[in-house]
Design a protein around this ligand. Structure first.
Ligand SMILES: Cc1cc2nc3c(=O)[nH]c(=O)nc-3n(C[C@H](O)[C@H](O)[C@H](O)COP(=O)(O)OP(=O)(O)OC[C@H]3O[C@@H](n4cnc5c(N)ncnc54)[C@H](O)[C@@H]3O)c2cc1C
Length: 392
C-alpha cells in the first residue's frame, strides 16, 4: 500500500520504518524545511525504548543521550529543599531510561528510514477520500494518491483539523503554559541534574547540556499568562508571569532576551472519540497528546506508530479492520496515560504554598531507595505487551 505520512517528528519516522518492513510504500512529508535541531529535552523509557531496541537504534541513542543523576528542588537561595537520585531507578529499569533532545530522538528515528521518500517543506494541505483511496493536495500544489493518509503532525495537527474538525473541539487545556529554550554559555551549571525552583503556580528549571548550552523550562498556571499572547509577545508574557521570582530567574529572563528560539505553548491534551475516519488516521500527539506532564509522549507516539503498522501487516491490506484493531489494542492504555499525567500538574506548578510543601515532603520521601523504587519504578512500567508483529 502507498501510505502518506504527514509529520516527520517521532511518530512519523517510526511508522514509516515499520511500514516498509512489511512491504508497504510510505512517503513522509514535513512542514519544516529540514529536520529540526536543538529544542527541549525529553525522558525516554518504557515501550518506546523497547521499540527503539527492535529498530536497532539504542547504540545511536546512547551516543546522544544524558544519563541524568539527580532531580534537585532548590529554594530562592539555591539551597536544595528536596531531591531524588535517579540512578537507582535507572538500575531498576535495567538502564532503559535516558534523557535526550526530542530533535535527536527524531533524527535517530529518521536515520532508520534511509531510502524512504521524505519531502521537507511540503505538507498535506487538503484531503479527499473515496472508497478506493485518498487524494491529498500538497502545500506545493501537487496532488498525490494514497491508500491511507496518516497525520503524525503533532499537537496542532493539520490532518486532524482537515478530517476531524477544529482543534478546539478536541483539546483539553490543562491550565498551564510551558516555555522551553536553550541558552548558549549560561554560566551556572550542575551536570546531569534537573535543577528547579518552584513557588506557587510556577516552576523554573535548568538542565546543563553539551557544548556549553543550558536548557531552561518555565511552567506556570495559565492565569498568570492571561490568554495566549500574540506571536512575538511570548517573552513579554513570560516576563510578566515569572518576573518577580527569585533564585536565578531574573538572570535567566535576561539571558532569554539574547536568543530567538523560544518554544511557548499551552499544556494540553487531545481527546478524540476515534483515531481514524475512513482512510485517514492520526497517531502520536495528533491523536492523543498526553502532554509533557506525562513524560512519555514520545514513547506513546512510537507505540501507536508500531501498533498501527503491525495491525496493517496483520490485516493483510484490510484497512478498516487494521484501524479498528489498532484502536482496540491501544485506547484504554493511552487513556490511562492521559489520566495519570494530570497527577503531575502539582509537581510542576502546585497551586499553593501548602501544596508546594506537600510536594517537597513527597519528593524527600522518594530519597528513601525502597520507596523510590516502588513508587517511581512502578509508575514507569508500561502495562501493555507489544505483539511481535514482524517476526520472520
Ligand atoms: C516542553 C516539553 C517537554 C516534554 N517532555 C517529554 C518527556 O520528558 N518525555 C516524553 O516522552 N515526551 C515529552 N514531551 C512530549 C513529546 O515531545 C511529544 O509527545 C512527542 O514529540 C510527540 O511525537 P509526535 O511525532 O506525535 O509529534 P512531534 O514530535 O511534535 O512531531 C510532529 C512533526 O510534525 C511536523 N508538522 C507539524 N505540522 C505539520 C504540518 N501541517 N505538515 C507537516 N508536518 C507538520 C512538525 O514539524 C514535527 O516534525 C514533551 C513535550 C514538551 C512540549
Amino acid at each position: 500500500m502507498r501510505i502518506g505520512i504527514n509529520g516527520t517528528g517521532v511518530a512519523g519516522p517510526t511508522l514509516a520504518y515499520w511500514l516498509r518492513r512489511s512491504g508497504h510504500e510510505p512517503i513522509l512529508f514535513e512542514k519544516a524545511p529540514a529536520l529540526r535541531t536543538g529544542g527541549y529535552v525529553i525522558d525516554f523509557w518504557g515501550l518506546g525504548f523497547e521499540i527503539a531496541e527492535r529498530m536497532g537504534l539504542v547504540p545511536a541513542l546512547l551516543e546522544r543521550c544524558y544519563m541524568m543523576e539527580r532531580l534537585r528542588m532548590v529554594d530562592a537561595d539555591g539551597n536544595e529543599v528536596a531531591g531524588i537520585d535517579v540512578t537507582p531507578m535507572r538500575h531498576r529499569l535495567k538502564g532503559r531510561f535516558i534523557s535526550l533532545a526530542r530533535a535527536d530522538l527524531a533524527a535517530v528515528l529518521f536515520s532508520a528510514c534511509h531510502g524512504i521518500p521524505a519531502h521537507f517543506g511540503v505538507s498535506v494541505a487538503s484531503v479527499e477520500q473515496d472508497c478506493r483511496g485518498v487524494t491529498a493536495t500538497l502545500s506545493n500544489g501537487r496532488q498525490e494518491r494514497f491508500d491511507l493518509v496518516v497525520g503524525a503532525d503533532g499537537l496542532h495537527s493539520r490532518v486532524r483539523e482537515l478530517v476531524f474538525g477544529p482543534e478546539g473541539r478536541f483539546e483539553t487545556s490543562l491550565g498551564c503554559h510551558v516555555a522551553a529554550f536553550r541558552l548558549p554559555g549560561y554560566p551556572r551549571r550542575d551536570e546531569l541534574a534537573y535543577v528547579s525552583h518552584t513557588v506557587p503556580k510556577r516552576q523554573a528549571a535548568r538542565v546543563a547540556l553539551r557544548d556549553g548550552e543550558t536548557l531552561v523550562l518555565l511552567i506556570c498556571r495559565s492565569e498568570l499568562i492571561d490568554g495566549d499572547p500574540p506571536r512575538g509577545q511570548e517573552k513579554a508574557a513570560l516576563r510578566r508571569a515569572f518576573g518577580d521570582m527569585k533564585w536565578e530567574v531574573p538572570e535567566i529572563l535576561d539571558w532569554m532576551d539574547r536568543i530567538d528560539d523560544v518554544y511557548f505553548d499551552r499544556v494540553s491534551q487531545i481527546h478524540l472519540a476515534r483515531w481514524s475516519i475512513g482512510r485517514v488516521a492520526v497517531i502520536g500527539d495528533a491523536a492523543a497528546c498526553a502532554s509533557l506532564l506525562a513524560g512519555e509522549g514520545t514513547g506513546l507516539a512510537m507505540i501507536e506508530a508500531y501498533v498501527l503498522a503491525g495491525e496493517l501487516h496483520r490485516a493483510g491490506g484490510h484497512i478498516e479492520r487494521a484501524l479498528a484493531a489498532f484502536e482496540a489494542r491501544l485506547r484504554s492504555f493511552v487513556s490511562a496515560k492521559q489520566k495519570a499525567a494530570l497527577r503531575f500538574r502539582s509537581f510542576f506548578a502546585p497551586r499553593t504554598t501548602i501544596a508546594l510543601r506537600v510536594r517537597n515532603v513527597a519528593v524527600s520521601a522518594l530519597s528513601i531507595p525502597f520507596l523510590a523504587n516502588r513508587l517511581i519504578g512502578d509508575s514507569l512500567q508500561d502495562d501493555l505487551v507489544l505483539p511481535d508483529y514482524f517476526a520472520t
